[in-house]
Design a protein around this ligand. Structure first.
Ligand SMILES: C[S@@+](CC[C@H](N)C(=O)[O-])C[C@H]1O[C@@H](n2cnc3c(N)ncnc32)[C@H](O)[C@@H]1O
Length: 300
């Protein structure tokens, strides 16, 4: 693995922490430096012999913990329910507790993305959590990048993805990606991440399309209507294990789950997906997958 300085970061003051499954590098970002980065430091350009690199993509960095926290405060949204209460082991337990129908739904989502990533050299997952999806997508010839706003999730992903040297993890907000345009053949955001992020969804799509290459794809998933009872059943199980609060039955209906401690999980309908993606890419479509997800696909 070699680390060399690259050209300027697209947003040099955006700070992020690169969490590698081998080690963590941190350095002050020097966008115009031509010097090779010493081992143990974060590079603005990453290349690895025999593996597709990120080109001039900035792997962003920080001077130290204080600077990191300051930058994170400025750039990363306020702690969400996911980062506060549903990260790392607790997030994993949610998935481990999934009944058979939910496991089939989760497997079908990954299979769908895997098929579409077959020819991709660079794949980006938005909101990668502890690496559940990245692990399944991992292939030797593909460079996978996972970004998430939860440091706890990324820290857990380091261990969970141990041995997968083709996967890079970054602390980054999906609506403020620190990559140049036209980098990835596939950008994906599964498991209803679009709703879980609680961000401006138009902005989220625009950013995803921006970093995708011409000819590449952007995939977002949400829940299919017909999966509602299974989804609710799964959330009730999570609630009974104390992972989320008590379900607020009076406010839970029609694709929206609300708990009494402030958690709200919504969905994105086909119509909404078409509305959000209007004018983006060369074509776009929405389809139901396995009777459990809807996938919105944009060809860039
Ligand atoms: C429902 S979990 C899904 C995790 C992973 N995609 C999976 O399917 O296993 C949603 C993830 O999105 C992350 N997240 C929330 N807001 C985000 C944002 N603005 N940008 C990137 N990730 C975010 C959370 O920290 C959490 O890991």
């Amino acid at each position: 693995m070699s680390f060399t300085a690259g050209r300027g970061a697209p947003d040099a003051d955006l700070a992020a922490c690169r969490v590698s499954n081998r080690r963590t590098w941190r350095r002050k970002c020097k966008p115009n430096s031509k010097k090779p980065y010493p081992a143990g430091r974060l590079a603005t350009r990453w290349s690895r012999p025999g593996q597709p690199g990120l080109g001039s993509t900035a792997i962003l960095s920080v001077a130290g913990r204080a600077a990191q926290l300051e930058a994170v405060k400025r750039r990363i949204p306020m702690p969400s329910y996911y980062s506060e209460k549903l990260s790392a082991e607790r997030l994993k337990l949610c998935y481990d507790l999934g009944p058979p129908a939910v496991r089939r739904y989760l497997a079908a989502e990954i299979e769908y993305v895997r098929e579409r990533s077959a020819l991709s050299k660079r794949v980006l997952e938005l909101g990668c959590g502890f690496g559940r999806v990245l692990k399944q997508l991992s292939r030797a010839h593909t460079l996978l990048v996972g970004i998430d706003t939860s440091l706890q999730n990324l820290a857990m992903a380091r261990g969970y993805l141990e041995g997968h040297g083709n996967i890079t993890l970054l602390l980054m907000d999906a609506v403020r990606l620190g990559f140049p345009s036209n980098v990835f053949e596939l950008v994906c955001c599964v498991q209803n991440g679009i709703s879980a992020f609680h961000v401006d969804q138009h902005e989220l799509f625009r950013e995803a399309v921006r970093v995708a290459k011409p000819g590449g794809r952007v995939l977002f998933s949400s829940y299919a209507d017909e999966f509602w009872e299974n989804r609710l059943d799964w959330f009730r199980i999570q609630s009974s294990h104390g992972l989320i609060g008590e379900i607020d039955e009076t406010r839970t209906a029609d694709g929206i789950i609300v708990t009494k401690d402030g958690f709200t999980a919504t969905t994105v309908t086909s119509e909404r997906f078409m509305d959000l993606t209007e004018g983006l890419g060369t074509s776009r479509s929405v389809r139901v997958v396995a009777g459990s997800s809807i996938f919105c696909e944009i060809l860039v």
